[in-house]
Design a protein around this ligand. Structure first.
Ligand SMILES: Cc1cc2nc3c(=O)[nH]c(=O)nc-3n(C[C@H](O)[C@H](O)[C@H](O)COP(=O)(O)O)c2cc1C
Length: 346
């Protein structure tokens, strides 16, 4: 499938450069991470889910989550809520007060706190409710609206096609489908066959999501399901190269090398500096602990550095540890790089 001859991936009037999309991830997809991933070529980035009630009540922390750097667009901003009135009000706020290109409604979050509010994956049990919520938001805003959903609640309640058709009928411009049920949480395998069925039964663009772990997986997802774009979540954690390598692979068929240690640590540091600007030193250092350990994946002998990172409280210490990893690696470089094992030894 040649990428150049196909019609571009488009949601409403927003045209993307390619079909590789960063998934929304709570606690991860803030502006610092999104911009970093964007620079690795993502066609579209999703922001982490944001509470409708937090927006409507103008909660300071929630409003801070709406920050978008102008270099990130096109960007989809995801809201969640189980009450139509507040969902619509929050969508209007996002429509009028942010530079997001697309407003996405979360219908996939499996956690109890969200389900109890009739939000997230709870909505998947009732296609009529899906229609009602989406139609109300579409009517209230100018920006294109999309939905990200799971395939269903449990094996007995897989209403993926009905729900996606309700989303389309309600006037939404796209639907993203994660091929798991709510009950599966993140266990088992994502069901790409149901994603294919959704694609065959709606006319709006469909984004396929779940278990895309390599550029080859992304191509397989596009080829076997016919979706308009692939959405990548966990494989991009500490690994924006996954996005770059996937874009390259889809466009040219070439599989680019994995990054080396210096490159990994340089990007980790850049991500950290951005997080510092966004959230200040103390929060950024704590949040960066999990990211740093993801960036360190594949570097053998990283145990010492990981535990040091988990105890660090200051930016100076964190920078020193990350730079130390590069120095240690470069001293021993000649003996050690083993690309076939996808592992770098320090
Ligand atoms: C840490 C984490 C946070 C997530 N937060 C969100 C979220 O805010 N909104 C959402 O729709 N999905 C969320 N998801 C689900 C992902 O967007 C995606 O559907 C899921 O991880 C499957 O894709 P993957 O196999 O590429 O990771 C989250 C997943 C993870 C791992």
């Amino acid at each position: 499938m040649s990428q150049t001859t196909e019609k571009p991936f488009q949601i409403g009037d927003i045209v993307m450069d390619n079909r590789v999309v960063l998934a929304p991830m709570a606690g991860i997809c803030n502006s610092a991470f999104r911009l970093t991933v964007k620079e690795f070529g993502a066609g579209l980035v999703y922001a982490e889910m944001i509470s409708d009630k937090g927006i409507v009540s103008k909660n300071e922390k929630t409003l801070g989550m709406l920050y978008i750097d102008e270099r990130e667009n096109p960007l989809s901003l995801q809201i969640f809520g189980g009450d139509k009135t507040t969902l619509v009000e929050a969508a209007k706020y996002v429509d009028e007060n942010t530079t997001a290109d697309i407003i996405d409604i979360n219908m996939g979050c499996p956690v109890n706190k969200i389900i109890k509010c009739e939000a997230g994956a709870r909505l998947l049990l009732d296609p009529n409710k899906v229609y009602e919520m989406v139609a109300a938001v579409v009517d209230a805003v100018k920006k294109p609206v999309s939905v990200k959903m799971r395939i269903g609640w449990d094996d007995e309640h897989v209403f993926a096609v009905e729900n996606a058709q309700a989303v389309e009928r309600a006037g939404a411009s796209a639907v993203a489908v994660h091929g798991r049920t709510r009950v599966q949480m993140y266990e088992g395998k994502a069901n790409w066959d149901i994603i294919r069925q959704v694609k065959e039964n709606v006319n709006i663009p469909v984004l396929g999501n779940g278990d895309v772990e390599s550029p080859q997986d992304a191509k397989r997802m596009l080829d076997t399901t016919g979706v308009d774009a692939v959405m990548i979540g966990r494989a991009a954690l500490g690994n924006p190269w996954m996005i770059y390598r996937t874009v390259q692979y889809l466009e040219t068929g070439e599989l680019k090398d994995e990054p080396g240690v210096r490159e990994k640590m340089d990007v980790c540091l850049l991500h950290f500096e951005r997080l510092m600007q966004l959230k200040g030193e103390s929060v950024a250092v704590r949040e960066m602990r999990k990211h740093a350990s993801w960036y360190l994946k594949g570097i053998r002998g990283n145990g010492k550095a990981r535990s040091a990172i988990n105890q660090t409280e200051t930016a100076t210490e964190l920078r020193a540890i990350l730079n130390g990893i590069v120095q240690e690696y470069e001293q021993r470089e000649s003996e050690i790089y083993v690309p076939e094992q996808k592992e770098i030894i320090i």
